[in-house]
Design a protein around this ligand. Structure first.
Ligand code: HEM
Length: 161
């Protein structure tokens, strides 16, 4: 196993890290499998405004959980002999976590507030159903990647691969 060398704070950091991932990815799963399909029952013009209202509320939680995942992940990474694996074929699971996290930092803190929400509102006003479908496809892809990253992290931490 790769991660035998632990340190006293490791269990608490790992628990908080996993909790943040559960809340973040679980919320993504709820939006993907429940909220976006249910919006199809609203009149087309109301679909994207309703999505943005729900997203605004979950977005705040997601930002907090992404920050907690990064802080706890970074604190563990700094103390474990895993840094040497980054960028190697045995460290793909670590690269995956960092890449997924970095993408969401960009999405939630830069792209969404700068222009993504405005573009969605404009596109949704033109064609609410096409925009809902586009959002659903995007969320399915991100959820699939999130599941791969979680499974990869658990197997990688066990020394598989
Ligand atoms: C900056 C971003 C991140 C860093 C630096 C990081 C780092 C780490 C480290 C060092 C561990 C402990 C591995 C071990 O037990 O030896 C860990 C565990 C874990 N990470 Fe991350 N992580 C990050 C983001 C993520 C993301 C985005 C996800 C999922 C979407 C994720 C999912 C997990 C899971 C499920 C575990 C538990 C593995 C286990 O012990 O079974 N991490 N992470």
């Amino acid at each position: 196993m790769i991660t035998m060398a632990r340190f006293p704070m490791f269990p608490a950091l790992l628990a908080l890290h996993v909790l943040s991932v559960v809340a973040w990815v679980g919320g993504m799963g709820f939006v993907t499998t429940v909220v976006l399909p249910a919006l199809a029952r609203l009149p087309a013009a109301e679909r994207i405004p309703a999505f943005l209202e729900i997203e605004r509320r979950f977005g705040l939680q997601a930002r907090i959980w992404v920050l907690v995942a990064g802080a706890t992940g970074g604190a563990m990474l700094a103390r474990l002999p895993l840094l040497a694996l980054v960028g190697t074929s045995h460290g793909l699971w670590v690269d995956g976590m960092i890449a997924f996290w970095a993408f969401f930092m960009l999405l939630l803190f830069v792209l969404e507030p700068l222009f993504l929400h405005r573009r969605l509102r404009e596109r949704g006003a033109r064609d609410g159903e096409a925009t809902r479908r586009l959002l659903l496809r995007g969320h399915i892809v991100l959820l699939a990647i999130a599941i791969l990253v979680v499974v990869g992290a658990v197997l990688g931490a066990q020394g598989v691969g």
